[in-house]
Design a binder for this molecule. Structure first.
Ligand code: SAM
Length: 488
């Protein structure tokens, strides 16, 4: 079986072309008018709502203040404060449509979810004008179209549609034509083409209607009471007590015979204790809580820049597990669930992770890919499952920096059925050094490590069968596969 990744020149060219456009957007305003809303919609969409809003206000405000500090009136403290106050109001109004999209769009079906951003982008300035908030200006059809284009590109990107490239290209050709027309057509073609108050108020009305719809259509979670076979496998990771579902004040929870109680939040049972987030587990958890919303995008963008066909890489190592339809499969450190896409339909999927943010994105991915998986917030070093629960148990990408790797392997073996297949996959030291220690996002986490990464073959008990080490991606990753003896 080939263990190197196929390369794709096409996605590399598209990636570099798109990056060039986004950089150009900083210098050429008609291009920036298109790339700015795309970046805003993407960025705020990948963050927890409050954090995304505050960061985006800072992005909108701080560069303006740094480069425009000369404009700050020096006549007196009151005028300066007034100027800063208006700048803040302008930034908040500018970011509001992105925050509105972040809150409302996930609850709207299909392509309808592209509408909140353009509606709010037109409605907010009109509302501000009506309320005599001086920083607002009229907007109109062109604003609507620019923001709708941005929301559509992000929607297609999130749905990993090949059409993204087409829409992206077509949008920029239209924008280029528009910029030329504007240049040669003079003032006749104003950017916003205001088409009257009626349009703005219609947008406001539609935005309010969508908000009401979203409010009354919360994202539905499957009930755990409907999963008796799954619940029968659960046990307290601390006492080993079997668990059952109770409903308290309309909320489900898991409870053990001794009264030990585990909450179920947004459909995910939570098995963490504060001590699970100490040592390396705590350190790297901060990283995943920060990047969880754009973890998948980092993989896709880095893969595209390097011209790598990531599908072929995932398929390579996931095929080592030899999963068959009907197998019960557990991934400890499931992250956003990327690996599940490469398992055969009909496998019964379970995933556990230490990071709520990664699990939230895993849940979104499962909905998006129309897949089903039981997800758990927990520590791979103390699993909440009874002995011999799964046909296949694996961990990818998290293992190197678990606080206690030996304990995590013992737990994987404990919950695997006799004869079950297991896999541990992660980066080699060479990759951590050349990539994570250099990247600005991850550098602070990976430099100053206490220990170097070693392939943990010594931690696999010798009584395991068919132990095999495979080097992947030209030696940047390793995968250890083995079987739990059928007689165990
Ligand atoms: C690099 S991501 C890999 C995600 C996914 N397996 C993949 O291949 O895309 C590492 C994941 O390990 C999780 N993780 C780290 N330590 C863990 C632990 N002790 N128990 C469970 N999950 C852990 C992190 O929260 C993160 O989601």
């Amino acid at each position: 079986m080939p263990t190197n990744v196929k390369s794709s020149r096409r996605s590399q060219i598209v990636a570099w072309a798109a990056a060039s456009l986004f950089i150009l957007g900083n210098f050429i305003s008609p291009v920036g008018a298109l790339t700015g809303p795309i970046l805003g919609a993407w960025f705020v969409g990948t963050q927890k709502p409050r954090r995304g809003f505050l960061w985006m206000v800072a992005f909108a405000l701080v560069p303006g203040l740094i480069f425009g500090w000369r404009k700050i009136p020096l006549a007196g403290a009151v005028q300066s404060l007034e100027y800063l106050g208006w700048a803040l109001v302008a930034a908040v109004l500018g970011v509001f449509p992105f925050a509105f999209r972040r809150l409302v769009s996930p609850r709207l079906p299909g392509f309808l979810s592209t509408l909140p951003l353009p509606l709010a982008a037109v409605a907010i300035p009109s509302l501000a004008l009506a309320l005599h908030i001086g920083v607002a200006s009229t907007t109109g059809l062109i604003t609507f179209l620019i923001f709708w284009f941005a929301a559509t590109v992000v929607w297609l990107w999130n749905h990993q549609s090949r059409v993204t490239d087409l829409v992206f290209g077509a949008g920029f050709i239209v924008a280029g034509g528009f910029a030329l027309l504007r240049h040669f057509g003079g003032a006749a073609l104003s950017v916003n083409l205001p088409i009257g108050v009626t349009f703005s108020w219609s947008c406001l009305g539609a935005a309010l209607l969508l908000s009401v719809w979203a409010l009354f259509h919360p994202i539905k979670q499957r009930s755990w009471a409907d999963r008796p076979q799954t619940v029968a496998l659960l046990q307290s990771p601390f006492t080993g007590d079997p668990l059952h579902v109770i409903v308290e004040k309309g909320r489900e929870a898991l409870i053990g015979n001794s009264g030990e109680r585990f909450p179920i939040r947004k459909g995910i049972p939570a098995f963490l204790k504060p001590e699970d987030l100490t040592g390396d587990n705590g350190k790297y958890n901060q990283l995943y809580e920060t990047i969880g919303g754009f973890y998948d995008d980092i993989q896709r963008v880095v893969g595209a820049f390097r011209g790598l066909e990531l599908d072929s890489y995932f398929e390579n190592y996931m095929s080592l597990l030899e999963v068959k339809p009907g197998d019960s499969v557990l991934e400890t450190s499931v992250g956003t669930g990327l690996n599940f896409k490469y398992l055969p339909h009909g496998a019964k999927l379970s995933g556990l992770d230490l990071s709520p943010e990664m699990l939230t994105n895993c849940q979104n991915n499962m909905l998006r890919w129309k897949m089903d998986a039981d997800l758990y917030l927990g520590n791979a070093e103390s699993l909440p499952f009874a002995d011999a629960s799964f046909d296949v148990v694996f961990t990818c990408g998290g293992f190197n920096f678990f606080s206690d790797r030996a304990k995590a392997i013992r737990e994987m073996i404990r919950v695997a059925k006799p004869g079950g297949h297991l896999m541990i996959e992660d980066e080699t030291e060479e990759y951590v050094k050349s990539t994570y220690e250099k990247s600005p996002i991850t550098r602070s986490f990976y430099s100053n490590r206490k220990q170097v990464v070693t392939i943990p073959i010594d931690l696999v008990p010798p009584e395991m069968e068919d132990i095999h080490v495979e080097m992947l991606k030209d030696g940047k990753f390793y995968a250890i596969t083995f079987r739990k003896p059928a007689s165990a």
